[in-house]
Design a protein around this ligand. Structure first.
Ligand code: C2E
Ligand code: MG
Ligand code: MG
Length: 814
C-alpha cells in the first residue's frame, strides 16, 4: 500500500510515498515523479480510467476508487485499487487531491475463485437430479432458486414458505414424518428420509432427503441445508420388486417350495426361509451343509443327493430327484428336488435348486397305487402288483446273488364251498385264508391273491435247498388244510402248491409264473394236497399236456370228436341191453388219443363241462336215432365227470338235452366215479344226484373197486347200477379169492336193489365165472370193442346171435 498526492490538476508536483515508489519500481530522491510516467505502468484502459477520474476529482470534487491493472517489469499483472480524495480550501475549491494505491491481486483472485466455485456448484446442481434446499430457523423451506420442473408437488417444494410437515404428504408417511419433525426440531442431522408428496391431481412423487442443521458462530440455530432427490421411479421399481418377491415367497409357501444355493468359492449353502420351514429346522441355529443335513435323509438318499449335485456340477445341467426325509416331528416327508448349475461368464460357480414337499401328492399316489394294486376282498396284493414285485425280486436276486422262491397256492375244494354254501361263504373263506397266510408268514412276506382261489407268496430267505422250500410249502398246506368254521357252515379245504426257485426257474416274471404254474399242475396231477417244486424235465411233458388241452378245445369247438359205443350184454337174457358211449379223439398230429389221457386234461382245464355236454347230447341223439330206426329199446350210458356234477345246474342241462333229443329218461344212464366224493361234500353232490334220479335217469357208480370202494355211498345215494372195475374181473377165472370177493359184491348190490355190471371181460372163461356168480351185465372186449355208431347195431345183433347159443348149451348142461 502506498500514498500519493498532487497539488494541481496537471500534476506538475505529483508525489508518491517511498512504499509506492518501491511498488512502481521507480527511483526518486524526494518522491516527486511525473504522473505520465506513473500511468505508463498501467494497462491502457486502466490509464484512461485513472486519468478520467483524476480529472473529474479536480473538476467537481468527486472522490474515487477504481480497480486497475498494472504490469510490473517482470511481466506479472497486478490488480490495484486506486483511491482519490479531494481536499478543499476555504472557498470550497479543490486544493489538493491525494489517495492510496492498494495491491488487491490476492483478494481479486480469491474472489474469482469463489465465483468460479459457485458457478461449478451451480452447474453440478443444475445438471444433477438432486436438488438443494434450505430452511430457516423455524423450518420453513426457502424458495429454491432453480424451479423444479414437471410436477405440482415439486413446485410446492420449490416455492418454499412451508415446513416439510405442512406439505401434502401420503398418509402412510404420518409416523415417519413425525419422527423427522422431531429430528429437525432437535436440530439433528438426518439422512435418507423418504416421503411421498401427493399432487393436486393425486399423482404421487417420492422424495429422499438429507439435511444438516446450520448454526451461527455463537451457536444460534439458523436453519437446515440439504439435498433431495426424486425417487418415485426407484420406489416404484422397489415396490414392484417387493411385490414380486412377496408373491414368489407366497407361492413358495403355498407350493411348499424352498430354494437354496451353493457357491463353490465359499463352499457355503444358503437357504431361503421357506426351506428351513419345510424341513422343520430353525434358521437361527441350523447351519445348512451336507454334513448337517445328512442324518435327516432316509436310506441312502443323502448319498444319492450328493451324487446328483456332483453330476450337475460336472455336466452343467439340470436334474431332478425324489427323496425322503425324516422331519424333526417324526414324520417322513417326500421331497422333489431340482438342481441346476449356476453359471456365470461361462463358468460353473455353484448350484441352485428348489425343494418341494410332495408328501401329500405321494401319499395320494401311494393310496391310489394301493387301490390299483390290491385285492379288494382280502386286502392282499393283486396280480398286477404281484407281477411287478416278482420282477423286482428276480432282478434283486440275480443282482445280489441271492435266491428266493415263488409259491403258487391253489385251494382244494374251494369251488365246492362256493357252490354248496354260497358266494358269501366263499368270500369269507378267502378272507380267512388270507388272514391265515398273513399270520403264518408274517408282515414282511409278500402275499398276493391272483384271482379266484389262487394265492401267491414270494419267499425270501426261507432257505435255498429244495428240502427247506418244500418244508416251508408243506407248513403252509398244513395251516390251510382242515375244517374252517364259516357263518354258513363248515367247509373243509386243502391246498396244493407249485414252487419255482428264483432266479433259476425264470429270469422273467412270466417264465417264473409259468414254471410255478407247471409245478402246481404237477402237484394237482399227483393228487393235490401237496407241494411240488418245478422240475425242468417235467416242464416239457406238462407243456405237452397243456398243448393237448388247447388242441382239444379246438376239437370241441370244431366238432371233430366222436363217440364210440360198447355193448353191455345181459348174460341171462342173452341180449344187448345197452351201450356205453366212449369219447374218441384223433389228434391232428398224434392220431388217436386215449380218453384216459385227454379226459384228465379236459378236467383240469375246465373244458370237461362243455365236452361232457357234447357227449351227452350226441349219445342221446344217437339213442333216439336207433329207436327211430326201429331198433330194440337199449339204454345209453354216458360218463360224467365230477366237475360236471359240481357245475351249476347239471340236472337242468340233462333235462334240456332229453327234451331236445326226445330220448327217454329211463334209457339214459349216467356213469359217475367215486372221485366225485373225494373232493366235495356229499351234501351238494347228493342234491344233484337226487334231482337227476327224479328226472327218471339211471345212475351208475363206475369203476367200483378201483378207488375207495365205499359201500356207504350206495346205501345213501340213488344209484341203480354198480360197475365193477376191470381190476376185479381180470384173472377172475384163475383167482378164487377174487371170485369170492366179486360174489360178495354182487350179492350185496342185489340186496340193495342194484344191477351189477362187470367191466373189461376179455376172456370167455371170465364170462363163464360171471355167469356163475349171476352177474347182471357184462361189458368187455370179449364181446366187442367200442365201435362207431353206425356199426353198433350190427355188433349188437352179432353178439345176440353168439350169446344165445352159448346160453342154450349151458341150460342143456344144467
Ligand atoms: P370207463 O368209463 O370205465 O370206460 C371203460 C373203459 O374200458 C373204456 O376205455 C373201454 O374201451 C375200456 N374197456 C372196455 N372193455 C375192455 C376190456 O375188455 N379190456 C380193456 N383193457 N379195456 C376195456 P376208454 O374208452 O379208453 O375210456 C377210458 C376212460 O375214459 C373211461 O373209463 C371213462 O372213465 C373215460 N371216458 C371215456 N369217454 C368219456 C366221456 O365221454 N366222458 C367222461 N367223463 N369220461 C370218459
Ligand atoms: Mg364208464
Ligand atoms: Mg369204468
Amino acid at each position: 500500500m502506498g500514498y500519493w498526492e498532487s497539488e494541481s490538476p496537471d500534476a506538475t508536483n505529483f508525489w508518491i510515498s517511498p512504499e509506492l515508489a518501491a511498488f512502481y519500481e521507480f527511483e526518486t530522491a524526494d518522491g516527486f515523479i511525473s504522473i505520465a510516467k506513473v500511468r505508463e505502468s498501467y494497462l491502457p484502459e486502466s490509464r484512461e480510467i485513472l486519468a478520467a477520474h483524476y480529472a473529474a476529482c479536480w473538476a467537481s470534487g468527486q472522490s474515487y476508487a477504481v480497480q486497475t491493472k498494472l504490469r510490473r517489469s517482470d511481466g506479472s499483472l497486478l490488480d490495484c485499487m486506486v483511491h482519490g480524495e479531494p481536499e478543499f480550501d476555504a472557498h470550497g475549491e479543490v486544493r489538493r487531491v491525494s489517495g492510496m494505491v492498494r495491491d488487491v491481486t490476492e483478494e481479486t483472485s480469491a474472489l474469482r475463485r469463489l465465483a468460479e466455485s459457485e458457478q461449478r456448484l451451480a452447474d453440478f446442481v443444475s445438471t444433477a437430479s438432486d436438488w438443494c434446499w434450505e430452511s430457516d430457523a423455524s423450518h420453513r423451506l426457502l424458495p429454491y432458486p432453480r424451479l423444479l420442473t414437471g410436477n405440482d408437488a415439486l413446485q410446492t417444494v420449490a416455492a418454499g414458505g412451508r415446513t416439510r410437515w405442512e406439505l401434502a404428504y401420503a398418509p402412510e408417511d404420518e409416523e415417519a414424518m413425525a419422527r423427522h419433525r422431531a429430528d429437525m426440531e432437535a436440530h439433528r442431522p438426518f439422512r435418507d428420509f423418504a416421503y411421498t408428496l401427493i399432487g393436486q391431481d393425486g399423482s404421487r412423487i417420492s422424495i429422499r432427503t438429507n439435511g444438516k442443521p446450520i448454526f451461527a458462530d455463537d451457536g444460534t440455530f439458523l436453519g437446515y441445508r440439504g439435498t433431495s432427490n426424486d425417487i418415485t421411479e426407484l420406489k416404484a421399481a422397489e415396490a414392484k420388486l417387493d411385490e414380486r418377491t412377496r408373491a414368489l415367497r407366497e407361492a413358495h409357501r403355498l407350493g411348499k417350495i424352498g430354494t437354496w444355493s451353493y457357491r463353490l468359492d465359499t463352499g457355503r449353502s444358503v437357504w431361503e426361509p421357506e426351506l428351513f420351514h419345510l424341513l422343520g429346522l430353525d434358521p437361527e441355529t441350523f447351519e445348512p451343509s451336507h454334513e448337517n443335513t445328512k442324518s435327516y435323509f432316509m436310506g441312502d438318499d443323502a448319498e444319492r443327493f450328493l451324487e446328483l449335485q456332483k453330476r450337475v456340477l460336472r455336466t452343467c445341467g439340470t436334474e431332478a430327484i425324489d427323496l425322503r426325509i425324516l422331519h424333526p416331528d417324526g414324520t417322513v416327508h417326500d421331497l422333489a428336488i431340482t438342481c441346476k448349475a449356476d453359471i456365470a461368464h461361462g463358468k460353473v460357480i455353484g448350484i441352485f435348486g428348489t425343494v418341494q414337499d410332495v408328501t401329500e401328492r405321494k401319499e395320494a399316489e401311494r393310496k391310489l397305487e394301493l387301490l390299483a394294486y390290491s385285492d379288494p376282498l382280502t386286502g392282499l396284493a393283486n396280480r398286477a402288483l404281484f407281477k411287478r414285485q416278482l420282477g423286482d425280486m428276480i432282478e434283486n436276486c440275480a443282482m445280489e446273488g441271492r435266491s428266493g422262491a415263488l409259491l403258487l397256492i391253489d385251494l382244494d375244494r374251494f369251488k365246492e364251498v362256493n357252490d354248496s354254501l354260497g358266494h358269501a361263504a366263499g368270500d369269507e373263506l378267502l378272507i380267512r385264508v388270507a388272514a391265515t397266510l398273513r399270520l403264518e408268514l408274517g408282515p414282511q412276506a409278500f402275499i398276493a391273491r391272483l384271482g379266484g382261489d389262487e394265492f401267491a407268496v414270494l419267499a425270501d430267505g426261507c432257505g435255498t435247498s429244495d428240502a427247506a422250500l418244500t418244508e416251508f410249502a408243506d407248513r403252509i398246506i398244513a395251516k390251510l388244510s382242515g375244517p374252517v368254521d364259516l357263518t354258513e357252515g363248515e367247509a373243509f379245504i386243502g391246498a396244493t402248491i407249485g414252487i419255482a426257485c428264483l432266479p433259476e426257474h425264470g429270469l422273467a416274471a412270466e417264465t417264473a409264473m409259468r414254471n410255478a404254474d407247471l409245478a402246481l399242475y404237477m402237484a394237482k396231477e399227483a393228487g393235490r394236497g401237496r407241494a411240488q417244486l418245478f422240475e425242468p424235465i417235467y416242464a416239457q411233458a406238462v407243456q405237452q399236456k397243456l398243448d393237448l388241452g388247447r388242441h382239444l378245445r379246438h376239437a370241441v369247438e370244431a366238432g371233430t370228436l366222436q363217440a364210440h359205443y360198447q355193448p353191455q350184454v345181459d348174460l341171462r337174457a342173452g341180449c344187448v341191453t345197452g351201450f356205453e358211449a366212449l369219447l374218441r379223439w384223433s389228434h391232428p398230429e398224434r392220431g388217436p388219443i386215449s380218453p384216459a389221457e385227454f379226459i384228465p386234461i379236459a378236467e383240469s382245464s375246465g373244458l370237461i363241462v362243455d365236452l361232457g355236454l357234447w357227449v351227452l347230447r350226441e349219445a342221446c341223439r344217437q339213442g333216439r336215432a336207433w329207436l327211430d330206426a326201429g331198433l330194440p329199446r337199449r339204454s345209453v350210458s354216458v360218463n360224467v365227470s365230477p366237475a360236471q356234477i359240481w357245475s351249476t345246474n347239471f340236472e337242468t342241462a340233462v333235462s334240456t338235452v332229453l327234451a331236445e333229443t326226445g330220448f327217454p329218461a329211463d334209457l339214459l344212464c349216467l356213469e359217475l366215479t367215486e372221485s366225485l366224493f373225494v373232493d366235495h361234500t356229499e351234501q351238494r353232490t347228493s342234491h344233484t344226484l337226487m334231482a337227476l334220479s327224479a328226472l327218471g335217469v339211471r345212475l351208475a357208480l363206475d369203476d367200483f373197486g378201483s378207488g375207495y370202494s365205499s359201500l356207504g355211498y350206495l346205501t345213501r345215494l340213488p344209484f341203480d347200477r354198480l360197475k365193477v372195475d376191470r381190476a376185479f374181473v381180470d384173472g377172475i377165472s384163475s383167482a378164487p379169492a377174487k371170485r369170492k370177493l366179486l360174489g360178495g359184491i354182487i350179492a350185496l348190490s342185489r340186496g340193495l336193489g342194484m344191477t351189477v355190471v362187470a367191466e373189461g371181460a376179455e376172456l370167455s372163461a371170465e364170462v363163464d365165472v360171471l355167469r356163475e356168480l349171476d352177474c347182471d351185465l357184462v361189458q368187455g372186449f370179449v364181446f366187442s370193442q367200442p365201435v362207431a355208431a353206425d356199426k353198433a347195431p350190427l355188433v349188437a345183433a352179432r353178439i345176440e346171435r353168439e350169446v344165445r347159443p352159448i346160453q342154450l348149451i349151458r341150460r342143456q348142461v344144467i
